[in-house]
Write a protein that binds this ligand. Sequence first.
Ligand code: BES
Ligand code: ZN
Length: 851
Amino acid sequence: MRDAAPQTIYLKDYTPFGYLIDGVQLTFKLHPTQTRVLSRIQFRPNPEATDKTFFLHGEQLKLISAKIDGADITPSVTDAGLTATVPDAPFVFEAEVEISPSTNFALEGLYMSNGMYCTQCEAEGFRKITYYPDRPDVMATFDVRVEGDEKVLLSNGNPGVSGPGFADWSDPWKKPAYLFALVAGDLINHPDRFTTKSGKDVELNIYVRPGDEGKCAFGMQALKKSMRWDEYVYGREYDLDIFNIVAVDDFNMGAMENKGLNVFNSSAVLASPETSTDANFERIEAIIAHEYFHNWTGNRITCRDWFQLCLKEGLTVYRDQQFTADMRSAPVARIDNVLALRARQFPEDQGPLSHPVRPEQFQEINNFYTSTVYEKGAEVIGMLKTLVGDAEYYKALDLYFDRHDGDAATIEDWITVFQDSTGRDLTQFKLWYSQSGTPKLSIREEWDASSGTFTLHFTQSTATTPGQTTKDAKLIPIAVGLLAADGRETHATRILEMTKADQSFAFTGLSARPVPSILRGFSAPVMLDQNIDNARRAFLLAHDTDAFNRWEAGRDLARDTLLSMIRNDAAPNPDYLSGLHAVLSDSDLDPAYRALMVGQPSETELAGVLADAGETPDPAKIHAASEALRDAKAKALADILPQLYAENQVTGAYEPDATGAGKRALGNAALSMLTRLDAGEAAEKQYSTADNMTLQLAALAKLLDAGKGDAALSAFYAQWKEDRLVIDKWFALQIMHAKPQDVAAVTAKLTQHTDFDMKNPNRFRSVIGPLAAHHAGFHHESGDAYSLLADWLIKLDPLNPQTTARMCAACQTWKRYDSARQAKIKIQLERILATPDLSRDTTEMITRILG
Ligand code: BES
Ligand code: ZN
C-alpha cells in the first residue's frame, strides 16, 4: 500500500491544531537505506483549539522509539500517522525513525539524486521524514544537526558549529514543516556576497555537482538582482546571514523556496551560452526571483492551509512577472504571460479540471499546483492593482507585511488588508477567488453622431463549471482607449469597472466616431467576444498605441484567417499578410516584439476556439491550415526575409540580455520562414556556425522541418551526450518536429534509447511531454499516441505519482474531439484508472478528467 486511503478534504472543515510548538530539534544520521531521524519537539496545548487529539502525520516511516517527557510510549500507528495520549500541559515529544532515501523515487521527503541527499517537503512531504503535525499553520523554529561523510552538509537558517562528519544549522524564523530542507553531497560552491539596503552582509552560495561550476554565474547575478529589486520595489530585505541555492538533477518541479536553502531543478538554475537558450536564461532569472521573493510572500507570511495556496503562489508569480517586466521589456513580458495563460489556464478553466483560484476541496493537494492557482491567481493580483492604483497597492502591501508577518494567513486576511488600507468594499471582487471558469465578455458599440456620444455595451457570462452551476457577475476592470480614424489616440487609457452582467459606458463630446481599443494590456483574464471586422483589426494592428492590443489585433487576424482556412478552405487573408509585412518592416519596433508578431495561435488553441463555438475540431485539418498559413507568411514576406535575417544577427560574444535575445528571436523567426523557401540552406549555415544554444537548437529544428536533420541530430548528440540538460532538448526536439503520423513511433523509439531514464523527471517530461503537446500527433486518428501515453503513465505511477498525475492533464480536453477519438482516449483513461494500486494523485486526476 503506497498511499493512505483517498479522502476528500474541505476548506470549510478547517480547525486549528490542538498544540503549539516552541521548538524543534532534529538530528539526521544519513545512510542511503537506513537514515535515522531523531526528533525532539516542545509542544504546549493551543488555547485557541478545542480538539486536543494528538495526531502526528507520518508515512513510510519505521518507528524505532517514541517518548513523552523522557518516558517511552507506545503510540497507535497507522499508515497515515501516529496518535498518542499527552499531558494537558507543555511536554517534550521525542521520536527516532528510520527511512530509506535511496529507494525514494517519488522525490518527496528525503531522497537521493546522483549520490547526493536532498529533500522536497512542500506540500506534504515532511511526514515522510519524521512524525510531525505536517500542516502549514503549525510553525516552529528548527535546530538541525546533519551527520554524514559528505563534504557539504546543509539545512535551513544560519550555520552553527560544524566539524568532520557533522554540521549544525539553526533557523531563527518560525516556519511550517513544508519549508524544511536538508542537502548533503560532495558539491562545489559558487560563492558571492550581498549587502542589504540597511547594510547587512549576506553570504550567497550556489552549490552544484562537480562539472557544473561553470554554469552558476548567471543564476548568481539573477539572485542579486532579485534581492535588490525586492528592496526597492516592495521594501523587503533578506533576513538571514546566508542564502543557499542547490541544483539537483532529479526534481519534480522547477524549484522550491525552503527558508535560506532553495532547492532547484538543475534545469532552473544552471546556465551557459553553449548549453542554454535565451528562453532558458529568461526562465532561470524568473524562477530564481520567484523563489527568492517567497522569502516574504510565502515564508515570513505563509498559508493557513493548502486551500490558501494562491495567497503565496499567485502573489509571488505576480511579483516575478513584475520583476521580469522591469528587467526586460514590459510589453513583451506581458504578451508572454498572456500566451502562457491562454495555453495552460484557459483550457484548464474550460474543462473538467476547472476549479476556483482558491479551491474548496481536494484529495491530493499536489494536484492543485495548477495554472489556475498560479497564473490566474497572479492575474487577480494584477486586477486588484489596476483597480486601486499603484500607490494604494504598495500601501496595502506594506500593511499586509506589517499586520501578518509571522502569520499563517488566508485570502480573507489578504482582502481585509486591501479593504482596510484603501477603504474600498471588495466583496464582489472576491468572487475571482471562489468562482471558477473564464468569463466571456461580449461588446456592442453604439455611435450617436448627433450628440457625439460613443457607447460601449458589455455583457459578461461564465459557463457552468464542475460543481458550480450558478455564476454571479464579477467586477471586471476593462482598460479602454479611443483612437481617431487617422490612428491618433484621442482618449488615453481609462479603466471601466464593470460590476453587472450587462453594463454600458458612454464617452461624450466626441466629434467623430472613435475606434475603441478594449481590454488594453489584457486588463482581466476573460475571453473577448468582439464583433469587429478584419478591416478594424488591421487598423488596430497598424495604429493601436497600446503595445499589447496592437499585438492582439495581429493575433486575432491570424486566428480568424486560420478559422476560415479550416472551416471553408479559404485562402489566407491578404490584410493579415500585408499588416504583418508592415509591422515586420518597421525597424522602430523592438525585435522581440516583432518576433512575437510572427507567431500564430497554436493548434491546441484553435481546437479550443472551435470547440467553444460548438464545432468538432479536426486535428489534421487544423495542422494543415497552420502549416499553410506559415507557408503563406513566408511567401508574403519573401522580399524582406533575407534582410530581416541578416539585420538580426548579433555580433560579438553572446550575452543573455533582452536586447540580444530579442534579435535572436526575430532572426530565428525569419529563419523559420526562410527555411520554407530555401529548403534549409540558411539553417544549414546557421547550424554549422552557431556558437550558442539559441542559434544551434533553432537551426537544428529548422533542419528537421526541412527533412534534412539526420546528420545534424547525430552530430548534436555526439557533441552533447555528457550534458543531461542538452540531451533533454535533443529528445524533445525530435518529437516536436516529427510529422503527425510519426509522433507516436518516434516517441516509442526514443523511450528505447539508452539515455532514456524514466526515473529522472526532466528526461521523462522531455520525451512524454512533447508526445502529448504535439497536437496533430497526439490526436492522430490511429490513437497510437493515446495508448503510448497511457503505457508510460502506468509505468511511472508506482515510482513517481506526482509527475504522473501532472502529465494526465494532457487529456483534459478529450471531450472536444469527435466520438471516435473520444472513445479511444476514454479506453486509455479507464485503463489507467483500472491499474492496481494506482496512486491517490493519478486516481484523482483521471477521475476528474473522466468527469
Ligand atoms: N513552492 C513551489 C514549488 C512546489 C510546487 C513545491 C509544487 C511543491 C509542489 C515553487 O515556489 C514554485 O512555484 N515553483 C514553480 C516555478 C515558479 C517560477 C512558478 C515550479 O516549480 O514550477
Ligand atoms: Zn512559488
